[in-house]
Write a protein that binds this ligand. Structure first.
Ligand code: ZN
Length: 304
């Protein structure tokens, strides 16, 4: 087994940024947390941390988005159309790659977390998984053969339109689609609908029936699109643990018996909470850096 490379990872979030120097979850040398403010100030603070570190052979960045991940695009490595003031069009990966001269991986924070859960977390060793985060927004990252499933850009499955829950005609709050998944089940959508924060809604509140139904349909779509071996679901809204059995049941109902794979039928092990908690983002950046280097991280998966 070759030793994993030392990587400088950066999880660039909307409010805070975590820099991590590590080879993996058991070999973390240092973690530094800095606030995300204006781009120039934040990038300079990141560089001040990396300037102090030595020995890293790659950089990985898992960023809030949307981000440009197409290496053939003129804006590769940039944050693109974010509403976050000042950040639209900011070059992240190119700037750090030029400064440090090492291979640099760059992707969305959702895909970063998906990679971390696939290599070291709740889907450890599984080469094909999906990761869904349900928080202030809804994001879904798909991993196939240990790599992100990418097209022109990363997937935006959080914005698919579900069939409406019986009797529900609430218009939703996505500014683009109204009642897409994100417009129905993200934390702010639930709060807009019920008039108080989602995490204060008890398990028996009727809002959860529609939330579980929509998330079950998202899982239905993920199953039919990527045929993941497991779906990991995290984010603040999924902190309501009563949602898991309801989402599992909703997915099974929605699939209607079409998929008979035992892995999918065993929903308790098919749809699971994350295992890495707040470390998923920073560790995802480590995976992105290692993959940019061409390093094949060890996993425990053996094909049956
Ligand atoms: Zn939408």
């Amino acid at each position: 087994m070759t030793e994993a490379p030392l990587v400088a990872g950066i999880e660039l979030g909307g409010t805070k940024c975590i820099c991590i120097l590590a080879r993996g979850p058991d070999q973390i040398e240092e973690t530094v947390r800095i606030p995300t403010t204006r781009p120039e100030e934040t990038m300079a603070a990141i560089e001040a941390v990396l300037d102090r570190w030595s020995g890293f052979v790659a950089i990985g960045i898992a960023s809030f988005g949307p981000v440009s991940i197409d290496r053939h695009s003129h804006d590769y490595g940039h944050i693109t159309t974010t509403p976050k003031p000042g950040w639209a069009g900011t070059d992240i990966a190119g700037r750090l790659q030029r400064r440090y001269g090492v291979p640099t991986g760059f992707h969305s924070d959702v895909v970063g977390a998906a990679l971390a859960e696939a290599f070291w977390g709740a889907a450890k060793g599984l080469p094909d998984i999906a990761y869904v985060t349900v928080g202030t927004g809804v994001g879904a990252g798909m991993i196939a053969n240990n790599r992100p499933v990418d097209g022109l850009t990363h997937s935006e499955l959080g914005h698919i339109r579900p069939a409406r829950f019986q009797g529900d005609d609430w218009i939703g709050n996505c500014p683009f689609h109204g009642a897409c998944i994100e417009g129905l089940v993200a934390g702010p959508a639930i709060a807009a609908r019920i008039g108080f924060p989602a995490d204060e809604a008890p398990a028996e509140h009727p809002v959860w029936d529609g939330v579980a139904d929509a998330l079950g349909q998202l899982c239905h779509t993920l199953v039919l699109t990527g045929i993941p071996r497991r779906i990991v679901m995290g984010g603040g809204v999924m902190g309501a643990s009563h949602l898991f059995p309801r989402v599992r049941a909703a997915m099974t109902r929605s699939l209607g018996g079409y998929i008979t794979l035992p892995e999918v039928a065993l929903t308790d092990t098919f749809i699971v909470p994350p295992a890495l908690g707040n470390n998923a983002g920073p560790l995802g950046a480590i995976v992105l850096g290692a993959q940019a280097l061409g390093h094949k991280l060890e996993t425990s998966f053996t094909p049956s």
